[in-house]
Write a protein that binds this ligand. Structure first.
Ligand code: ASP
Length: 315
């Protein structure tokens, strides 16, 4: 099989053929999701535990739906009321859950690297549902699937990623994936919201929307990650919207058929104008959510196959 990984911790370790294998399978699941025959058996008899140490709407719901569609027993740990609140460490919590023999562990954590650490301590497959400002692999994969379906390809596209790049795991995973698939990636935002060392990332950097959006096939907007900011990164939200918020005037600088994306949750009137976000001729934001379920089904299906093969080899 082309997809050989034990865990899905990030885009960084994935090869272009592995990305294509996952997207091809997700495409088939996306088609099936639009029929009345939604249920498959790839995870039948398996147990999936979702551990979200940070808030989530789309990611947690779609991982739960994806697992159920594939026949897994799905458990959502209520982290707000778990023993984590009594001071139990991440590793102790993971070891406790590991003793209950889950097959898939889906983890979101506010600290970069926490999910990789946890993956070293358990026997099951671990999926990173977002760790700090590090990676959010399933988001980048669902964005890639959305782009591929809309543009008919996932290479040689002109893609602008705009806003709070510094604090965004979505940006990081997308930059890695889109770069591996040989696209032209442009980052647009104020210098205060660009990560250190961005010059070495193989991308173009702009601080002016009109210049950066020129010729763009895809315009990807990002949320201002207030919860990860510990100082004044922008003068005011009003000023930020004026310079970097996506409105009709700025969008006119991109290609006429450019699509608009946002991973959610959106701050309307801060990074994006509500009318653009709701414009079904330009915005693919709801399709991104739809593709989220298909991509998570594909990711768990592939990891489960590898896990089953590994177990059979040791049996
Ligand atoms: N939902 C995405 C994430 O968890 C994007 C965001 O929160 O802005 O990273």
């Amino acid at each position: 099989m082309t997809f050989s990984k034990r865990h899905l911790l990030g885009i960084e370790p994935l090869s272009p053929p592995e990305i294509t294998t996952l997207l091809d399978l997700a495409d088939r699941y996306a088609e099936r999701e639009r029929t009345t025959d939604k249920h498959a058996t790839a995870l039948a008899g398996m147990t999936q535990i979702n551990m979200f140490f940070e808030n989530s709407t789309r990611t947690q719901a779609s991982f739960e739906i994806a697992g159920k569609r594939l026949g897994a027993d799905v458990m959502n740990m209520a982290m707000q009321t778990s023993s984590v609140k009594k001071g139990e460490t991440l590793i102790d919590t993971a070891l406790t859950l590991n003793a209950m023999h889950p097959d898939l562990l889906v983890v979101r954590h506010p600290h970069s690297g926490a999910v990789n650490l946890l993956a070293e301590k358990v026997n099951c497959a671990v999926l990173n549902a977002g760790d700090g400002r590090h990676e959010h692999p399933t988001q980048a994969l669902l964005d890639a699937l959305t782009i591929r379906r809309r543009k008919g390809r996932l290479h040689r596209l002109n893609i602008a990623i705009c806003g709070d790049i510094a604090h965004s795991r979505v940006a990081r995973s997308n930059i890695l994936l889109l770069g591996k698939m040989e696209n032209r990636v442009k980052l647009i935002g104020p210098p205060t919201l660009m990560p250190a060392g961005v010059a070495d990332w193989g991308v173009e950097v702009y601080d002016d929307m009109a210049r950066g959006l020129e010729g763009a096939d895809v315009v990807m907007m990002l949320r201002l990650q207030r919860e990860r900011m510990d100082g004044g990164f922008i003068p005011s939200e009003r000023e930020y919207y004026h310079r970097y918020g996506l409105d009709a005037e700025k969008l006119a600088c991109a290609k006429e058929d450019a699509i608009v994306m946002h991973p959610g949750p959106m701050n309307r009137g801060v990074e994006i104008d509500g009318t653009i976000a709701d414009d079904i001729n330009r915005s693919v934001i709801q399709e991104q959510v739809e593709m989220g379920v298909a991509v998570r089904m594909a990711a768990m299906d592939l990891l489960a196959q590898n896990l089953a093969a590994e177990r059979a080899a040791y049996a």
